[in-house]
Design a protein around this ligand. Structure first.
Ligand code: HDE
Length: 714
């Protein structure tokens, strides 16, 4: 199903009014004047100087000169899509937000995913947090949930955000490195900010190198509030759980994908939607009655903490589906402007000091990025309900508001536009009681920096712990100042002594105990208020924190490389291809060159790639197609290096590899020949269930538990 055939919704209809199709049209200037020569400028004689009066050339070049706008200061690299949010269970009991009331209710959305540190042209596979920002076009106005793929954050207070970002961005003297946290300034900052340790565990885990944007979770991160019609308040955490499970690539793979296809995630999202494999998430909430605010061993307002699902289960109440690619990247994905302060009645903020700071930042940044307070009039940013107010003028104003009145109260305009009563959908802030003194300080309840870092680390599977450890070693090995490496290792020791010891050894420092684990807490704070790093979390391990527990039994939208050459056994190829495609996977043919491949029965297969134009890192699994002749050609002088690189790398990255009939020669020349144990990821076509075994292996994502063996094949 191609996205153009989808039923339109209110947002898509609205965008149609601003969409142009150049098909069958004549070229014009921006004033609509038809142009009859788009090749030559106006000159005094064929070989003479250009004339200033050439308004057509001037308009074209002036527009070109001003095509760029500032990229986002963070989250500059992003990809987006349209979709629909659908309720499967009513939240009426908890919130009066209209789009969350009715089962079956559909709300148009636009979602933008992003990396944080890199510039807009940087690689998709950087080790980084991913943004997960959703604009819900509701009947009550736009609601933005501007979240991440990790449920906690580096810092507790907005005051530290510019410092965090300056530390992670390229260093200011030489602008190195791009889209990477593996450098001195980032780790210097982190080593002095113990509150970042929980987030560091997540950011060093494979969550920071997703297999695809469609295989990541989304979180609102902060605690928000739901308010129902009676004014009852619940605290709420938002979750999006991908239907395909949460999956990542290996770090070695990520670095190679960055070279082979730095648009890997953007392309994957685009192609999945074009092919009708619509990315889908379950939407869930954790709900906490207002009176239970202080029942936890952490503060709900602290954005470095999550609520373990064992303590408050996630209730699934809806689905998010992305089903339409944008028509124009700049107009839609680049110009979309999110803001955590775009609310609807029934949803409100909490006093989380990180969230509070964000409420100022997002509109402010749009003013310099999009250049005008009228950015809400850009088609992608317009609400589907009409805007009525007395705001006027400014750069690039689009709306033509009738009448003499642009103030309130007024009698000339009959008092319009009127304030809305609450019962008519007028927004009112939660009437929370606040007693206190003005104070520039951190709450004592925030001074616990290690217990949930322990919870996360202890919840990981063996291979996940190993990857996290390797990531820390990689990152810290890029830090040139030993004292910084030592301080970070000192922080790790508060989380797990063995982890600290292994990392310390590899990065050439000793584990030294840090006396002051309280970071940004003032040095003159009362020692009784400082938390001991020995504190253990109330919940010791949490299943939901390990990606290993999210594997689903599906191969939907997985990309399988079929490696073949002339003489390949057509029946085997066709049988397996139809089985895989029948289950929603995509098959791509790889051959020695792009020349058509003629099979044993005369069937012609068109390769999408050659062995040298792509690499195994761009595929989820490989099938080495049956056929003696094909095998011989894949092993000729020309193809052998490419064939073996494919197989050996896929093996190293723990992928499923299926050897068809008469492909032993390739098996025996590869690293796999030395495999010592049963490996469910290596399938040999010597039994009738081999095709099914391959399907099962692909659905398992990777055999991470055999990584050690696969990386030491000799
Ligand atoms: Fe953002 N953030 N942020 N952030 N953020 C921006 O807004 C900021 C934070 C997040 O696809 C900027 O329009 C401050 C947490 C996403 O367009 C800027 C603080 C979370 C996106 C900004 C934070 C996020 C942004 C840059 C600390 C997860 C991309 C361009 C107080 C819950 C949205 C823009 C998109 C973008 C500021 C912390 C998520 C500068 C000051 C925590 C997904 O306004």
């Amino acid at each position: 199903m191609k996205n153009s055939k989808l039923p339109p919704n209110e947002k898509v209809n609205q965008l149609q009014d601003h969409t142009t199709d150049n098909n069958d049209q004549k070229l014009t200037t921006n004033q609509g004047l038809k142009i009859n020569n788009n090749q030559d400028s106006l000159k005094a004689d064929e070989r003479g100087p250009s004339l200033l009066e050439d308004f057509i050339l001037r308009e074209k070049i002036t527009h070109f000169d001003h095509e760029r706008i500032p990229e986002r200061i963070v989250h500059a690299r992003g990809s987006g899509a349209h979709g629909v949010f659908k309720m499967t269970k009513s939240l009426e009991k908890y919130t009066k937000a209209k789009f969350l009331q009715e089962v079956g209710k559909e709300t148009p959305v636009f979602v933008r995913f992003s990396t944080v540190a890199g510039s807009s042209g940087s690689t998709d596979l950087a080790r980084d947090v991913r943004g997960f920002a959703i604009k819900f076009y509701t009947e009550e106005g736009n609601y933005d949930l501007v979240g991440n793929n990790i449920p906690v954050f580096f810092i507790q207070d907005a005051m530290k955000f510019p410092d965090l970002i300056h530390a992670v961005k390229p260093e200011p003297d030489n602008a190195i490195p791009q889209a990477a946290s593996a450098h001195d300034t980032f780790w210097d900052f982190i080593s002095l900010m113990p509150e970042s340790m929980h987030m560091i565990m997540w950011a060093m885990s494979d969550r920071a190198i997703p297999r695809s944007l469609r295989m990541m979770e989304g979180f609102g991160v902060h605690t928000f509030k739901f308010i129902n019609c009676e004014g009852t308040v619940h605290f709420v955490k938002f979750h999006f759980k991908p239907k395909l499970g949460v999956h990542s690539v290996a770090w070695d793979e990520a670095t190679k994908i960055s070279g082979k296809d730095s648009d890997f995630h953007r392309r994957d999202l685009w192609e999945a939607i074009e092919n009708g494999a619509f990315p889908e998430w379950e939407f869930g909430v954790q709900l906490i009655p207002e009176e239970d605010e202080h029942k936890f061993d952490f503060d709900l307002l602290d954005p470095t903490k999550l609520i373990p699902e064992e303590e408050v289960p996630v209730e699934i109440v809806g689905t998010l589906t992305l089903n339409r690619n944008p028509d124009n990247f700049f107009a839609e994905t680049e110009q979309i402007a999110f803001h955590p302060g775009h609310l609807v009645p029934g949803i409100d903020f909490t006093n989380d000091p990180l969230l509070q700071g964000r409420l100022f930042s997002y509109t402010d940044t749009q003013l310099s990025r999009l250049g005008s307070p009228n950015f809400h009039e850009i088609p992608i940013n317009r609400s589907i309900n009409t805007v009525h107010n007395n705001q006027r003028d400014g750069h690039m104003r689009q709306q033509i508001v009738k009448g003499k009145v642009s103030y309130e109260p007024n009698s000339i305009g009959g008092g319009c536009p009127f304030q809305a009563m609450m019962k008519d959908g007028g927004f009112s802030t939660h009437n929370e009681r606040v007693d206190g003194q003005k104070i520039r300080a951190r709450s004592q309840s925030f001074v616990d920096h290690y217990s949930q870092a322990k919870l996360f680390y202890n919840s990981q599977s063996g291979p996940e712990k190993q990857h996290l450890q390797n990531a820390l070693i990689f990152e810290l090995s890029k830090v040139t100042i030993p004292a910084i490496r030592e301080r970070v290792v000192g922080q790790l020791a508060f989380i797990n002594k063995d982890l600290a010891a292994v990392v310390a050894k590899k990065v050439g420092v000793k584990v030294t105990h840090l006396d002051q684990p309280n970071g940004s807490i003032p040095a003159d704070a009362d020692p009784k208020t400082l938390q001991s790093p020995e504190k253990e979390p109330a919940t010791k391990t949490s299943e939901a924190l390990s990606m290993a527990n999210t594997v689903k039994n599906t191969i939907e939208s997985r990309v399988i490389g079929f490696i073949m050459e002339n003489g390949v056994k057509a029946t085997d190829v066709k049988t397996l291809q139809s089985k895989l495609e029948g289950k929603g996977a995509t098959v791509q043919i790889i051959a020695g060159s792009l020349a058509p491949v003629t099979a044993d029965d005369g069937t012609v297969f068109e390769p999408k790639h050659s062995l040298t134009s792509t690499a195994s890192v761009c595929f989820d699994a490989l099938y080495i197609c049956s056929g003696k002749k094909s095998t011989a050609q894949l092993m000729n002088e020309d193809n052998l290096p490419g064939t073996l690189l494919f197989v050996n790398e896929a093996y190293k990255h723990c992928k499923a590899i299926y050897f068809g009939q008469e492909t032993e020669a390739i098996f025996n020349a590869s690293h796999i020949k030395n495999k010592k144990h049963d490996d469910p990821g290596i399938i040999i076509a010597d039994h009738k269930n081999a095709d099914d075994a391959f399907v099962k292996a692909i659905a398992g994502h990777r055999v991470w538990e055999l990584e050690k063996e696969r990386n030491n094949p000799a």
